[in-house]
Design a protein around this ligand. Structure first.
Ligand SMILES: [Zn+2]
Ligand SMILES: [Zn+2]
Length: 327
């Protein structure tokens, strides 16, 4: 089968021919239709994070059709499924036992420790795959599988305040703006200074204000979610939130956070990160998305142009989501 394989962190990432994966016990074989591109893929390919199992096929917003399933599997042959970032948990560590499988000590992640979706076929643990909502074409549903559902976890962690700041208006923010609006909340979109195209995109999706990261929004915020991998945005966002407010860092990697005066944290303000997802997050988001209904803005790339998709994401040339189409 054709696959985009990464040799090592920051190493060669290219189209190769690999044997079709042999599903192990409890695994299904999925023929991949589309795989969403996530900023985490950039961090994996660039070597910003390097705990993967190499060589590895990245890609963890996988949409495909079950080609083979073990007897008694919850997934049926011919069924459309989604395969997310969380690919395996141990089920027995203190985190798994307390409903926080996203923090599992022995977790394995798709497209990092487990083979991912930039390939014609992938084998996946049947317990970590999702049935997908009807009414979404494959390339439209793919971005929900990470940007959507880890974004949804970040939105939940941000609390129920009315005024939300989103820093970095990419894939996750374009989905969450629609959900937050449906929840009756107001979104303030912060983009790179002068990025009027992204600001117009945010306004078109319902943001009540859009501006550059060094601008002050018209209102004090209840919470902020930082999607851009830029540590300097943490103290910047902290200055915009009220007492008791929270700044949620939603990415897996970020540049160092500069120091800031304690007075900016005073007043029971909180800074936290969001790590991975639980299967419960996934089920909640995939049930919610068609009710909103969330519409994804997608730019499609064929498998052999995956590197172009990553480069366009890195350069900020994509509004909404990039998705790699496989078959
Ligand atoms: Zn565990
Ligand atoms: Zn992701």
């Amino acid at each position: 089968m054709r696959a985009m394989q990464l040799d090592a962190p920051g190493g060669r990432f290219a189209l190769v021919e690999l044997p079709r994966p042999e599903p192990g016990p409890g695994e299904i074989l999925v023929r991949v239709s589309a795989c969403g591109v996530c900023r985490t893929d950039l961090h994996v390919v660039d070597g910003d994070i390097s705990d993967g199992r190499y060589p590895v096929v990245p890609g963890h917003q996988i949409v495909g059709t079950v080609e083979a399933a073990p007897a008694g599997s919850p997934m049926a042959v011919g069924q459309r499924v989604g395969i997310p970032w969380l690919g395996y948990t141990c089920g027995s560590c203190a985190f798994c036992a307390s409903g926080r499988e996203n923090l599992c000590d022995r977790a394995e992640f798709t497209g990092y420790q487990r083979s991912g979706g930039y390939a014609e076929y992938v084998a996946a643990d049947e317990r970590f795959c999702f049935p997908l909502p009807e009414g979404y074409p494959d390339i439209q549903v793919a971005p929900l599988l990470c940007a959507g559902l880890i974004g949804y976890r970040a939105l939940t962690m941000a609390g129920d305040g009315e005024r939300l700041g989103f820093y970095g208006f990419g894939n996750a923010a374009h989905i969450l703006t629609q959900i937050a609006g449906w929840q009756g909340r107001r979104v303030y979109a912060f983009t790179k200074d002068g990025d009027s195209e992204s600001q117009a995109f945010a306004s078109g999706l319902g943001a009540c204000w859009a501006g550059g990261v060094s601008e002050d929004p018209p209102d004090i915020l209840d919470a902020a979610i930082i999607f851009a991998p830029v540590g300097a945005l943490v103290p910047a966002a902290l200055k915009q939130i009220r007492k008791g407010g929270i700044v949620v860092c939603a990415g897996i990697h970020m540049s160092d956070i500069p120091s800031f005066p304690y007075a900016d944290l005073w007043g029971e303000r909180t800074i936290c990160s969001v790590a991975n997802l639980t299967r419960e997050d996934g089920m909640q988001l995939l049930a919610l998305a068609p009710r909103v209904p969330v519409r994804t803005e997608v730019t499609a790339y064929p498998l052999e142009r995956t590197v172009d998709a990553l480069n366009d994401l890195r350069a900020g040339r994509i509004q909404g989501a990039a998705v790699v189409t496989v078959s």
